[in-house]
Design a protein around this ligand. Sequence first.
Ligand SMILES: Nc1nc2c(ncn2[C@@H]2O[C@H](COP(=O)(O)OP(=O)(O)OP(=O)(O)O)[C@@H](O)[C@H]2O)c(=O)[nH]1
Length: 304
Amino acid sequence: MCNCVCSPEQKQTAEQNTEQVVDLSRQRLKVLPADILKKPHISQLILDRNRLKNVTDLRKLRNLKTLILSKNELLDFPSDIGALPYLEKLHLNQNKIQQIPEGILSQLSRLKQLKLNNNRLTDLPGDLACCKELEYLNLSHNLIEEIPETVATLGKLEEFYVDNNKLCKLPCVLFDGGCLRKFTARANPLREPPDEVCAGGLQQIRSYFKQLQTNESFEDKRVKTMFLGASMAGKSTLCKSLAKRELVTIAEHDRTIGIEINEFQTDDFSFLCWDFAGQLEYYLTHHVFITPQALVILVIDLHR
Ligand SMILES: Nc1nc2c(ncn2[C@@H]2O[C@H](COP(=O)(O)OP(=O)(O)OP(=O)(O)O)[C@@H](O)[C@H]2O)c(=O)[nH]1
């Protein structure tokens, strides 16, 4: 609030210089109020948690630096966003957007933060790579099948999230240098790098690709081995006997609680043996540990 005595012109200049924030979140809005569009000096427009299905005429708010449209019902990426050259923060998460047309993101050369998580995107536009100032990008919970290699040219990208998509592969170049310090890709059908490497975090992903690049024949020589079967089938006996390389006898009362992990080596491989408790009450947890790359040994007592 300006308390000084000033001319109308001075007042206007002061208004232009201050950050103008309009917060219309949680208003159940279905359309953008027309009077907002008459305020071209707005720099932050907060419209999250409304019922907006589309927003038009945003180009009238040319000075916007922050636009928050999270948790609405947007079906399309608002094309007018391309006419907001000063935009630094754009949140469009939790909508129903299926596609980002080419030619919009290339206009956003100052964009630093882009949230697009929880939409229905299947792919990404090529001009995402034009957002050279981008530091934060969240694409989690979409239907994306491929991360374009050009994302690696976003030299200022520090945080990148792609959890819960349909990615089978991550681009190697993304992990080669750059300033990425936070990255997650949980719940994807990943094969390259394997899920287990991804679970180990950014450092493991980097070393996986590094070893691939340096042409060292990289093989993860640890084999995750699961022993499953009914209670008393003989899982622990088999698991421990393999680990000790001799027959181990286990007393009947010595039941496995939850999971026991043992390791044994052969000349070429290291087997990480996960011995699951066979009692019914533990069955619910088994699927969490069984991944496509794991070796599963089903133990059955043929006398029963
Ligand atoms: N005779 C015979 N007994 C076995 C054999 N394998 C296991 N046993 C016995 O069967 C009992 C149960 O074996 P465990 O290896 O503990 O069975 P488990 O499947 O790990 O059982 P939970 O801990 O309940 O999941 C133990 O008393 C073992 O000594 C086998 O090949 N022959």
